[in-house]
Ligand binder design. Sequence first.
Ligand SMILES: Nc1ncnc2c1ncn2[C@@H]1O[C@H](COP(=O)(O)OP(=O)(O)OP(=O)(O)O)[C@@H](O)[C@H]1O
Ligand SMILES: [Mg+2]
Length: 528
Amino acid sequence: MIESRETLQRAFERAFAGLRQGREASVPQLAPRDVGTITNVSNGIATVAGLPGVGFEELLLFPRGVSGIAFNIDDDEVGVVLLGEHWQVNAGDDVERTGRVMDVAVGDELLGRVVDPLGRPLDGGAPLDARERLPIERPAAAIMDRDPVTVPLQTGIKVIDALIPIGRGQRELILGDRQTGKTAIAIDTILNQRGKDVLCVYCAIGQRASVIAKAVAMLQQKGAMDYTVVVVAEGNDPPGLAYIAPYAATSIAEHFMERGRDVLIVYDDLTHHARAYRELSLLLRRPPGREAFPGDIFYIHSRLLERATHLRAELGGGSLTALPVIETEAQNISAYIPTNLISITDGQIYLSPVLFQLGVLPAVDVGMSVSRVGGKAQRAPYRAVAGDLKLAYAQFEELETFARFGARLDEANRKTIAHGRRIRACLQQPEFAPVAVPEQIALLLALTAGLFDDVPLERMTPAEMAVREAAAEIPPDVARRLDEADALSAADRAAIVDIARQALTGIPRAADRPGSSTEPGKVAGEKA
Ligand SMILES: Nc1ncnc2c1ncn2[C@@H]1O[C@H](COP(=O)(O)OP(=O)(O)OP(=O)(O)O)[C@@H](O)[C@H]1O
Ligand SMILES: [Mg+2]
């Protein structure tokens, strides 16, 4: 009896020892996972409960590959902006924290690609295997890390390069009513960067897919995709995606800038961005302000555009030039979003629907457009003529209004009008046809020397082509000086004007036809 009890006890002891060993050997694998639950989903917004430690703008993961950004953080609830297929998530689904903010793939792999703001390819190509990622929201360069804007960014558009010059690192707003050629100016500027060592990022926000496809096809056809990244948030994407698109595109551009490259970024357009942010804010029940936009819309855009800059040489000397686009309604540039952006940027290019209808293309309204820093970066030969040109053009525009009422004009005024019409004709150009610097300077010098004044208006196109072709004859040493900081010497100017005069000898001359000064529509009807 006693013996059997001892055996039993030993058996128990062995069993317990085994259990104890097993318990000590196993180390519990504890991985903290903050998981909350969706309590409510509406258009692109989810409300999540049970995530007390979540940070502002933290990335959250939803089921079925949808992600979101924590936007409204309350005591017991988080308002989340959804970024993927938001119809795939339901109330009751789990939500997981990631502990990091939203980031995007950056690097050379992106050149030539069309991606969405999350870095997913939209061009049917292979997924990106970029090694580097950057947060989409990054602080702008500090004041002491910036250098003044000194190098011109040639757009290839005559009226802009001559009268509203843009410098590398500048922010120049393009604004105008719908269908006035805003996108055309941005795309032309990208096309003109071919062979100029400038990388481009085109960020399309809220546009129709067909319009974007057309722009990408044009970039491909002209060989501009080699140095361009296209970031797209389409019109039917959730508002969250439209909201992050410009920030993601800027991070992609900054990566190049921080490696010492000159980069151009186009936001086409920020009106759609502002609307997406307004939609999100209203859905998040933030109080609406002027024009129903949330109070922080100014900050939203200024913190985006502050990231455009020219870094100082010790930091590589790269630059980021920003061309934000804004659509106005009925030419009202004093609406909330346009005035905000005018005050944030370093100047604006205003496109007038009136000029567009008259066929003056590009429809840049020179009087309403300004470049606040680009003038210092402008090439000296332009600077030498820009002042005269602007003055002559402004005088012409004023007189033209008078002439429209059939006022009798004296000889001097008739001359001013004739000269002004030649300037306007010379500054017109079709889209997707950027003009090289020597050709532009030959044209402008010929124009200010009055060589075109007795060319009949209907012959302005062949006359202009003749001068542009003759620009190839500019002696190489003079052509080299066109790129230098110094103003052209009188001899160089005379040499170029002579070449233009020679080129124009083949063009038949005639005096301005009598009465033409009272027909303002006539110039406009002509395509130069
Ligand atoms: N310089 C130009 N010469 C000839 N046609 C032009 C020129 N610039 C623009 N266009 C034409 O004008 C139309 C409108 O141009 P674009 O799409 O660039 O305008 P937008 O202001 O961007 O329009 P939206 O408001 O729809 O974005 C297009 O059909 C384009 O081909
Ligand atoms: Mg457009």
